[in-house]
Design a protein around this ligand. Structure first.
Ligand code: MG
Length: 250
């Protein structure tokens, strides 16, 4: 009997340790009244107690930073990298909000101290990325948000620029074409790969952990895929349905 209780306790203890943290993808945009990368999506992710909320950042044609996913907004010919912030701000999201400036987004984040910022810099040319990194880091530092921010990018150049600008920052690479040892050699914090990539290379989770790296996986929306990620022992799961994942983890 005692052995069973001990075994059960150990199982529960290990179970707790292995629990991945929940990250809302583009904010909690599937919640009512929300929209991808809107201020509301941040507030909704915070309201349900997500560990972090992911958002996408562009450097505009007039060197301002805005939060949006697509480079060219659907139904318009407005290109985030070419248009002015003023023009971009005129785009209204499905929930009625304008596309937020990074500044508005960060000010809201500042008011919700419990959630980590999962800051994705979109891919630009290298010179523009370097400028975007410098501007972003300066702004985050000034607002006292740098310690709460994890940086992610499909651009290796952007990842390395964040690493150089903030040596202690947590930086994760998204593209999925590099094995964990390469990420270790580049001195990044970990991999943030798609479910499809990790399904091809489930051994990368253990390899990453053995190297002291962390593993995040996107964008995991189906319950069976969430279960698979939990079984792999990933550290973070990025999802459009954070409450679905939270219910599964309970
Ligand atoms: Mg993103």
């Amino acid at each position: 009997m005692r052995i069973w209780i001990l075994a059960l306790t150990l199982l529960c203890a290990t179970g707790t340790v292995a629990q991945p943290k929940v990250i809302a993808h583009r904010g909690y945009w599937t919640a009512e009244g929300s929209a991808q990368n809107s201020l509301m999506s941040w507030a909704k992710a915070d309201a349900v107690g997500c560990y972090g909320s992911e958002f996408d950042v562009w450097l505009t044609g007039d060197n301002r930073l805005v939060v949006n996913h697509d480079r060219v907004q659907k139904g318009t010919d407005i290109d985030m990298t070419k248009a002015s912030a003023r023009t971009i701000r005129k785009i209204i999201l499905p929930n009625g909000e304008p596309i937020p400036t990074l500044d508005a987004y960060l000010r809201l984040a500042k008011s919700t101290p419990d959630m980590r910022l999962i800051f994705e810099l979109k891919t630009h040319d290298f010179v523009r990325e370097d400028l975007a990194v410098r501007k972003s880091v300066r702004r985050l530092r000034r607002l006292g948000l740098l310690e709460r921010t994890d940086f992610i990018s499909f651009s290796l150049n952007a990842c390395l620029a964040f690493r150089k600008a903030v040596p202690e920052a947590r930086v994760y690479y998204l593209t999925g074409d590099l094995a964990p040892w390469s990420i270790k050699n580049l001195q990044l914090t970990g991999i943030d790969y798609s479910f499809a990539v990790l399904s091809q290379h489930p051994e990368w989770v253990k390899e990453a952990h053995d190297l002291g790296l962390e593993v995040n996986v996107w964008t995991v929306n189906r319950e069976e895929d969430m279960r698979q990620c939990i079984a792999w022992g990933v550290d973070y799961i990025t999802t459009d349905y954070p409450e679905r994942l939270q219910a599964l983890l309970e």
